[in-house]
Design a protein around this ligand. Structure first.
Ligand code: AHR
Length: 677
């Protein structure tokens, strides 16, 4: 193959926001992921099992104790409502200790374990109250309680309560502390720091325990345990994951979804207002991926997260359509939702004289965040009622009237769904989603080369090469890289893109083997203790890192192709064999420094010699930097126990000139950084 770069004609700008991130609560991305909280089901509202994540701790069989869920969501009997901490925390855990010989307590298993690291301080906090065992006041017309009366024992007994992080069998205590419980029938919050010793071996086979050696009735709520967080922020993020994201240099973060924005039904749409303020005020909500979201990761945290990465928020607002297909038609019934979106935008960018801007200041960020794009809904092409046209226009008109500086994104790309596209003024930007296999990526990598330059700009708001699980393999990375060369070559029209899903907790239940994740082929994997990047992660990171500000036009010749073998079914269905190129490319240059970034993908098992011509430069530094991601087989991958099988390797190369030869490694993505004048 011959690749010729026409440097004299590098006139079109690379979009300054080409590479960003997309996020939602899927695969335990936040709870059990980026959000550093270690306690699962901290407010006892997760209800797959009674008291999910919690168990009773007893030292000997002669001890008599029990735990019970009091007032689970949506079924709070009157006599138990008095145990609510507030409107958000209506359920609690009751520990009844009738007899103890050693210690009795409650244990939390965390999100597939509690991570224990040496010389580390964890901050534990929880609410406890006792009971006066009196019958609650009841009106004569109220039904008699159906729950069993409490055993006739003492109230919670004041004195020390032990808090610890320990091995699952309780034999090894990694860190311990004590709080002094007051006798009280009122909720009181207790806090204690737990520090591990320097000489322990990191493990995730650990649990969190609160225990007592005295009888009594103890109610617990909002039990929380935080390890050190990124930048030591309260209610913050896991440092290892944040560091991986920061290294990707994302320009924006699309949140809060995806499906997570929409919710399973209309009442489950992302409830941004109840995700603000102290965590004791956050009831959480039904997520879209089969588990409840604590909303510890709320709107403010999304904004902080974005800022901490040096990125800009791309805010998706709920547009009145949910996953069950239910929708609210444009008109007066939709108005409260439009108003809610306006409030949300005010929270993000309103100054402190506005109601929601003042709330943001109260939450710790007086300065408005940056915001340029607001996306109206998510994947509204699923709305078979075709109501998006009216809904989009109602949202857009209201948003643009109040915030003319903002650009609204439509979730229906007209090229894909011409019959559904919005009417009236053409949207400035449309969101396209592509989940494909590597072959499809190779086949479509040049789809934007011929895209109408007079149409809306493209935001590829979700895309991935879906090969490998839970994280992608090398072949997927080759599909991704080929696709990204196409976006990069056309980044005058593809102005933003973000891979999805970003995160996956790769744990499995030790007894049932049930997976922690719902979606295969994700970018970054982790368990409670460790994390790793997929080959696709490294492609993302390098593409974002090695990027100029001008697109260099490239012409190619003699690119070998490969044919997809037809399956029997394809033949029966009369399908034709498809042919795809085996080399993909893009080039960008920084027009201030003259640094050129050439990206070349070889998808085959063979080394491919390639001639590179740099036309239109005065001089070229003979020494360049070469960064390669490669492997021996397309299904090779990284895993939680073998994190670094496929990682980029850098080297200096010599002999670079206006025309030079390179041999591309088999199954490789190569980036050559060349200094030119
Ligand atoms: O990324 C996973 C899901 O795929 C997103 O939630 C949804 O928008 C898409 O269908």
């Amino acid at each position: 193959p011959v690749i010729t770069l026409n440097l004299a004609n590098a006139n079109k700008n690379v979009s300054p926001r080409l590479y960003g991130l997309m996020t939602e609560e899927i695969n335990h991305s936040y709870d059990g992921g980026l959000y550093a909280e270690l306690i699962r089901n901290r407010i006892f509202k997760d209800s797959k099992t009674e008291l999910e994540g919690w168990s009773l701790v007893k030292e000997s069989p002669s001890e008599k104790a029990s735990i019970k869920l009091i007032g689970a969501e949506e079924q709070v009997p009157n006599d138990e409502r008095r145990n609510a901490l507030n409107g958000a925390m209506q359920a609690c855990l009751r520990l009844t200790v009738e007899k103890t010989d050693g210690r009795v307590g409650i244990a939390n298993e965390g999100y597939w374990g509690i991570p224990v690291r040496p010389s580390t301080t964890y901050h534990a906090s929880f609410y406890i109250k006792g009971t006066d065992r009196r019958e609650p006041p009841r009106w004569s017309w109220e039904p008699k309680p159906t729950t069993a009366p409490l055993p006739v024992i003492e109230n919670n007994t004041p004195g020390p309560i032990t808090v610890s992080i320990e091995s699952n069998d309780g034999k090894t205590v990694y860190a311990t502390g004590t709080i002094h419980l007051e006798k009280s029938i009122y909720w009181k919050q207790y806090e204690v720091n737990l520090t591990t010793a320097a000489n322990i071996t990191p493990t995730k086979n650990a649990r969190f325990v609160i225990s007592t050696n005295r009888t009594g009735v103890y109610y617990f709520n909002l039990v929380s345990l935080f390890p050190p967080t990124y930048n030591n922020q309260p209610n913050g993020f896991r440092p290892d994951l944040m560091q991986m994201l920061v290294k990707m240099k994302p320009k924006f973060l699309r949140f809060p979804g995806g499906n997570f924005l929409e919710g399973p039904g209309i009442t489950d749409a992302f409830p941004w207002k109840t995700t603000l303020g102290p965590i004791a005020n956050r009831p959480g909500h039904h997520g879209s991926w089969g588990y409840r979201a604590t909303d510890g990761m709320g709107l403010f945290e999304f904004l902080k997260w974005t800022e901490d990465m040096g990125a800009e928020p791309l805010l998706a607002v709920y547009a009145g359509y949910s996953l069950d297909g239910d929708h609210i038609d444009a008109g007066p019934l939709l108005k409260p939702y439009v108003d809610d979106a306006l409030d949300e935008i005010e929270y993000v960018i309103g100054d402190t004289s506005t109601y929601w801007g003042a709330k943001r200041a109260e939450d710790g960020h007086p300065k408005p965040f940056k915001l340029s794009y607001v996306e109206i809904g998510n994947e509204d092409w699923f709305d078979r009622s075709n109501s998006y046209d009216g809904r989009f226009n109602q949202f857009r008109n209201a948003i643009e009237a109040k915030y003319p500086q903002l650009t609204c994104i439509s979730t229906i790309p007209g090229t894909q769904y011409p019959s559904m596209k919005v009417t009236g003024k053409e949207p400035a930007v449309v969101d396209e989603h592509y989940y494909r296999d590597a072959w499809d990526m190779w086949q479509n990598a040049s789809q934007y080369d011929t895209y109408d330059r007079n149409g809306p700009k493209i935001f590829v708001g979700e895309w991935a090469t879906r090969e490998g699980a839970p994280t992608t393999n090398l072949n997927a990375a080759l599909g991704d890289a080929a696709w990204m060369t196409g976006m990069e070559r056309n980044s005058d029209v593809v102005i933003m893109s973000c891979y999805a899903p970003l995160f996956v907790n790769v744990s499995k239940d030790s007894v049932t083997g049930k997976k922690a994740w719902q979606w295969d082929s994700d970018l970054i994997g982790y368990d409670a203790l460790n994390s790793y990047g997929s080959p696709s992660y490294y492609v993302q990171k390098l593409f974002s890192h090695y990027l100029g500000n001008k697109i260099v036009p490239v012409t190619v010749s003699n690119i070998p192709v490969q044919n997809k073998p037809l399956s029997r079914r394809d033949s029966v269905e009369g399908k034709k064999a498809t042919t795809v190129p085996t080399v993909f490319y893009s080039a960008t240059i920084n027009d201030t420094t003259g640094t050129l970034y050439l990206k070349i993908v070889n998808t085959t098992a063979k080394k491919q010699p390639i001639k590179i011509n740099l036309d239109g430069v005065l001089s070229v530094d003979p020494e360049a930097e070469l960064i390669v991601i490669k492997g021996d087989k397309p299904d090779e991958t990284n895993t939680i126990t073998d994190c670094d099988k496929i990682i980029p390797v850098s080297a200096s190369i010599r002999g670079v000139k206006k025309s030079f030869l390179r041999k591309l490694d088999p199954y490789s993505v190569s980036i050559i950084e060349i200094k030119t004048k």
